[in-house]
Design a protein around this ligand. Structure first.
Ligand code: SF4
Length: 343
């Protein structure tokens, strides 16, 4: 059964939600921003304030860690480098866009280059539908038929560039809007469930859990699951939903016990923190210990950190030695490819 289409659902239809709605048309963003979203908002304001050279950037910087300051500085330097001598607009009023009845605000726009920038924090996700919406809005306001979106993943120091023609961007956004308004739409358990306001009440997820709990009966045959690719895929999809509920239940139980309540069969335990020597202390002894052995003990530095050090300590002196960057072996991991609607 499709989920209702109340007024609050209509507000769910905004550019930042489009990538989630493209996977599950019933997705609804949680009104309570989690720590990751709050961090994203803070870094966004730091990025905007830096681009605009606002005085408040110093106040905002006080709320950031050294790593976050470096991440924002990297993003600002990318915008400067990619926009050349063209004017960068970063005031919210200059970055507002409207498209197909939706409204949104990009982080920075360079009209002369038909391009906009969007800062992203945390892990890399798909933002194609959101960028298509902004691109569509800018193409309409600037009367052009092609647009480029640059996603700045500041924690990874990576840039993703997406190019759209007017027709492509409109098709991408239209598809999500049509699916959202479909009266027979079905919730699609997916990677975004953990952020969804309906995570604990969603019918599709409840059905999965209700069907899975009897798995504990003696009829459960893991060998049969392991031997059948179809069953194995369904089992993994089910486990993902159960794991999400498991995490929520752990948080609830921890809070309950911490505040004096009880959860029969469970208690809080404290593990001793790891022992360490801070880098200042290591620095005081480094002459006697020897730079080589100390650096070997620290291990490899991420390319992003080395790049930041190079640019920060030797600005303009010599080009960054790209040949020094080595690539670790690709990581293989399992990811659900096609979430299926649960009837
Ligand atoms: S909880 Fe997951 S499946 Fe349910 S509406 Fe939200 S995103 Fe869709």
């Amino acid at each position: 059964m499709g989920q209702g289409k109340g007024g609050d659902q209509v507000s769910a239809l905004r550019p930042s939600n489009l990538p989630k709605l493209a996977v599950c048309p019933c997705y609804e963003s949680n009104p309570v921003a989690g720590p990751a979203a709050e961090r994203g908002t803070l870094l966004d304001s730091a990025f905007r304030a830096e681009l605009l050279g606002l005085e408040e950037r110093l106040v905002i910087a006080n709320k950031l860690t050294a790593d976050e300051i470096a991440a924002v500085a990297w993003a600002v330097s990318m915008v400067r480098a990619m926009s050349g001598r063209e004017r960068v607009l970063a005031r919210e009023d200059d970055c507002r866009v409207k498209m197909l009845g939706l409204r949104g605000t990009a982080d920075a726009v360079v009209p002369a280059k038909f391009t906009h920038f969007d800062l992203k924090t945390g892990m890399r996700y798909n933002y194609r539908e959101q960028m298509a919406a902004y691109a569509l809005g800018f193409m309409e306001s600037q009367f052009v038929s092609e647009w480029t979106a640059h996603l700045l993943y500041c924690d990874q120091r990576e840039v993703e560039t997406l190019r759209f023609t007017y027709d492509e961007a409109k098709a991408v956004v239209d598809e999500v809007i049509v699916a959202f308004h479909d009266l027979n739409k079905q919730p699609c358990p997916c990677d975004y469930c953990g952020w969804c306001a309906k995570a604990e009440t969603c019918t599709a997820r409840r059905v999965i859990v209700a069907e899975t709990l009897p798995v504990a009966d003696p009829g459960f045959d893991f060998e049969a699951v392991a031997a059948d690719p179809e069953k194995l895929g369904r089992f993994l999809a089910t486990c993902a939903v159960i794991e999400d509920f498991h995490e929520r239940a752990k948080k609830l139980a921890t809070t309950r016990i911490k505040t004096g309540g009880e959860v029969p069969g469970w208690k809080l335990v404290t593990r001793k923190g790891a022992e360490f020597v801070d880098c200042e202390t290591v620095g005081r002894h480094i002459q006697r210990l020897g730079f080589g052995p100390v650096l070997a003990a620290y291990g490899n530095l991420s390319a992003a950190k080395f790049r930041d050090l190079w640019v920060g300590r030797m600005p303009g002196e010599s080009p960054f030695p790209e040949e020094a960057v080595k690539h670790a072996a690709p990581m293989v991991y399992l990811k659900q490819s096609k979430p299926k609607a649960t009837p």
